[in-house]
Design a protein around this ligand. Structure first.
Ligand SMILES: Cc1ncc(COP(=O)(O)O)c(C=O)c1O
Length: 336
């Protein structure tokens, strides 16, 4: 029997890890401060799993796949302050799996932010100076685990694989039901980096019948537009194939603004400082300095440039990352 894509999605192995659905709330004070548009926020910083974030959704499907494959250990990689690494360590602990993290850089004297949580969550940490995707170090760790009789499962950088993006396919279906109750939104804005979140959203919007005019705008935190768009389109198309859907998307149809990358990944500048303080003081909401602070700074700049009519309804999708706030105290001085 041929399954529909949504039936195929429901049959994929999935481990419940996240608190879902995440709420959508209005941002009345910020909207008033900016003079419109009408702003809303979807709180994926409240997904749970060691302080929340977008990776909780991806990890539900990644762990489903890993457990089905008989894995006893997860391996993943990221920066020293990787939110993905922290949530992978939490998911492993919850499922009684071991977790090995390959992190870029040198061990600091005192771990803080996400790195402190990685240690508390019991992950084994391997430091590397290799540039992403750190493949040689990952391969070495994998070989050592195999040699010791283990069954490692490698989760790609950012959790962005065809299985991982299913977390955001289901998120978009969840969102479509909320939008039906709350009224439609004109644009959806969020931080994009490895592209898996956006790929899942784009494919999910298609499966939820939201129509190709739905504006799903990623603010790139690090890479140039074309590189991210190519990855988003490729991941979304591979995800569609995993679900047996006859659908592809072209990179030219992926909406990405790469004009807010400042001085590079995790280099905190004045725009991030301004909006982190602004959101905290107008709405009591915390953004992180690397991803959501940068994405919100982009959104606010687009608003100030008149990109959105004041009557439009714009949804900011908060993707988490808050523990990183505690790793950049010096860079945030000036925000308070
Ligand atoms: C807080 C936060 N927001 C957004 C992103 C970007 O998500 P993606 O890598 O799926 O594009 C990440 C990824 O690391 C993240 O940690």
């Amino acid at each position: 029997m041929l399954l529909t894509p949504t039936a195929a999605l429901a049959r994929l192995p999935r481990v419940p890890l996240a608190f879902l659905p995440t709420p959508i709330s209005p941002l009345p004070n910020l909207s008033r401060y900016l003079g419109g548009p009408e702003l809303f926020i979807k709180r994926d910083d409240q997904t749970g799993l060691a302080t929340g974030g977008n990776k909780a959704r991806k990890l539900e499907f990644l762990l489903g796949h890993a457990v089905e494959a008989g894995a006893d250990t997860l391996i993943t990689a990221g920066s020293a302050q990787s939110n993905h690494a922290r949530q992978t360590a939490a998911a492993a602990a919850q499922q009684s799996l071991r977790c090995h993290l390959v992190l870029r850089g040198q061990p600091p004297e005192f771990p803080n932010g996400n790195l402190l949580l990685d240690h508390l969550l019991g992950a084994t940490i391997h430091w590397t100076d290799e540039a992403a995707p750190y493949s040689r170090t990952i391969e070495r760790v994998e070989e050592e685990l195999f040699a010791a009789g283990g069954h490692p499962y490698i989760i790609p950088y950012g959790g962005s694989s065809p299985h991982g993006i299913m977390g955001y396919v289901t998120a978009m279906i969840e969102y479509a039901a909320q939008a039906a109750a709350l009224g439609a939104f004109d644009a959806h804005v969020f931080a994009t980096s490895s592209g898996g979140t956006q790929a899942g959203m784009v494919l999910g919007a298609h499966l939820a019948g939201l129509g190709s005019a739905t504006r799903i705008l990623g603010i790139s935190v690090d890479r140039p537009r074309d590189a991210v768009a190519a990855d988003v389109a490729s991941l979304a198309s591979q995800g569609a194939a995993l679900l047996g859907a006859d659908w592809r998307i072209d990179a030219r149809d992926i909406l990405i603004d790469d004009g807010y990358r400042g001085d590079g990944y995790a280099v905190i500048g004045e725009p991030e400082r301004e909006v982190i303080a602004l959101l905290a003081r107008t709405e009591g909401i915390l953004l992180d300095p690397v991803y959501t602070g940068r994405a919100m700074a982009g959104l606010i700049d687009l608003i100030r440039q008149g990109t959105f009519a004041s009557s439009e309804r714009v949804l900011f999708w908060h993707t988490g990352g808050v523990p990183a706030l505690f790793a950049f105290p010096g860079d945030l001085e000036g925000a308070f």
